[in-house]
Design a protein around this ligand. Structure first.
Ligand code: SAM
Length: 302
């Protein structure tokens, strides 16, 4: 679908939702504190299992062929696996339900894995070369300086309002020459440069996923540079996420196109659950319009 048409659709969708939802109330809501992020994932856990991946992956599929297949959920861990060598120590930031960690630990039996997440551990099938800790990654005090060869985070640092604090901690625990691989969302221009409806769409999408307001790619790059990392690889994967975003937009679109139903659901279901619905409704158009990008970054600690 044409980029300009997606911009038109974002305007139309925001105006349409304003007729039956108090979007300002959605936007005011709670800040994305660690407690609020945990609550978001607690409430939305069954939905992630049902609509995202029954294996517990909580990231978007990267469909290089432009067609949705369930297997595309392995794109990110398969890319990361190529950077891991026998004997390496690997850390996952925001490991979620542990699915990437478990998959990579099986694929790389001679490497050792640690994962941290705010959420309590839900699985007992963690292989012996992996450990999962309940820990905020803004504070990695349990790990010594220069410990890890590879650190990765898939769609998690976007939650943080202080990305440089996270990256400083990551830099500290990484060995010199170590690699940091990040998959995340950014804006293709500064937030203030978009018109009011697009700014609302960005804020609603961010809020819908309990993220901080999504920052521009330039701002992300500044955070990496300020904390000492050197870029070794970058790929804009935005268009390859569109099949999954379209797939996930089906039910939210149905609900939003029936205002009475949407109003009723917003009245009875938890706010964080319905905010996620708004993310599903707007997500495809925010990426297809070129407003939001999905990036693959590889950085090196010199
Ligand atoms: C979208 S999920 C992605 C999970 C996993 N990376 C995956 O690909 O399936 C984001 C995860 O980041 C975690 N997270 C967010 N902020 C965090 C923080 N400050 N410290 C640790 N984990 C955090 C959330 O609890 C959530 O499990």
């Amino acid at each position: 679908m044409d980029q300009q048409y997606s911009i038109y659709r974002l305007h139309a969708k925001v105006r349409q939702m304003e007729e039956f939802l108090d979007l300002d109330a959605v936007l005011r809501g709670d800040k994305n504190t660690p407690e609020q992020i945990m609550e978001y994932y607690r409430i939305n856990h069954p939905m992630y299992r049902m609509f995202h991946s029954q294996d517990g992956f909580m990231h978007f599929r990267v469909s290089l062929k432009g067609v949705f297949t369930d297997e595309d959920v392995y794109y990110q861990p398969d890319f990361i696996s190529k950077e891991i060598h026998p004997g390496d120590k690997v850390l996952e930031l925001g490991a979620g339900q542990g699915s990437n960690l478990i998959y990579l630990a099986h694929c790389n039996p001679q490497a050792k894995f640690c994962g941290v997440d705010l959420q309590p551990r839900k699985r007992d099938d963690i292989p012996s070369n992996a450990r999962l800790f309940q820990q905020n990654y803004s504070d990695l005090h349990m790990f010594r300086d220069n410990t890890f060869d590879v650190v990765y985070g898939i769609e998690t640092i976007v939650h943080s309002t202080d990305k440089e604090q996270v990256l400083r901690e990551v830099f500290r625990v990484m060995k010199p020459g170590g690699k940091l691989i990040v998959y995340d969302y950014s804006l293709n221009a500064e937030f203030e440069t978009f018109d009011e409806e697009i700014r609302k769409s960005i804020a609603l999408v961010s809020k819908g996923g309990a993220a901080a307001v999504i920052e521009s790619t330039a701002s992300w790059n500044k955070h990496f540079a300020n904390t000492g990392f050197k870029l070794t690889h970058y790929a804009d994967l935005s268009r390859y996420t569109l099949p999954d975003l379209r797939h996930l937009s089906g039910k939210p679109t149905y609900v939003m196109n029936h205002p009475a139903l949407a109003k009723a659901l917003f009245a009875v279901l938890p706010t964080q659950f319905m905010n996620n619905f708004i993310l599903g409704y707007l997500g495809y158009d925010t990426v297809n319009s070129g407003v939001i990008a999905y990036s693959e970054w590889v950085y090196r600690k010199p």
